[in-house]
Design a protein around this ligand. Structure first.
Ligand SMILES: [Zn+2]
Length: 190
């Protein structure tokens, strides 16, 4: 991450606004502050979401594991504005391979800490879990509000984009998928 380059870019944006309209303090310090904030929001660019998953082996457990309503934020790659929401996921373990809850949240966090598309984020989380856990199936659902839609453009506050990624057994077995979706949909009322 080249902080100086980002800082120079922000200075250009401020020049574009018209330097004379801006306070001296802003002109002097905002480029560095914005660069640091962007670097923090995009730390995931230098990491691999899969690396966050540590597989642990426990008592044979072959029932669905559900984690609902994990809060996250990301930056939309079209406008570099935040999108903020919650993710829920279900997986059906195979061979006793399971993963700690905090690791599941970290996969999402690392994948979200970069300019993203919600659709791609959803797939990346599902694919990371499939690759490292090799479960029977994975279902990931993400709901988020995109500031590029709610504070500018068509300005529809409160509108929520919902995406899902379905892998393995949940794709091929309608009964298993229905059960997984039922487990997830409870999050809407709880
Ligand atoms: Zn956008």
């Amino acid at each position: 991450m080249d902080l100086e380059k980002i800082e120079a870019g922000v200075r250009l944006i401020l020049e574009g606004f018209g330097q004379e309209k801006l306070s001296e303090e802003m002109w002097a310090n905002t480029p560095r502050r914005v660069a640091e904030a962007l670097a923090e929001l995009c730390y995931g660019l230098d990491r691999n979401p899969e690396d966050e998953i540590e597989v642990t082996f426990q008592e044979p457990y072959d029932e669905m594991v559900v984690l609902r309503n994990i809060p996250f934020h990301s930056l939309c790659e079209h406008h570099l504005l935040p999108f903020i929401g919650r993710a829920s996921l279900v997986y059906l373990p195979k061979g006793g391979r399971i993963v700690g809850v905090s690791k599941l949240a970290r996969v999402l966090q690392v994948a979200a800490a970069r300019p993203q598309l919600q659709e791609r984020l959803t797939s990346q989380v599902a694919d990371a879990l499939m690759e490292k856990l090799r479960p029977h199936g994975v279902l990931v659902q993400i709901e988020a509000e995109h500031l590029c839609m709610t504070i500018r453009g068509i300005k529809k506050p409160g509108s929520v984009l919902v995406t899902s990624a379905i892998r393995g057994l949940f794709r091929t077995d309608p009964a298993a998928r229905a059960e997984a979706l039922a487990l997830l949909s409870r999050s809407a009322t709880s």
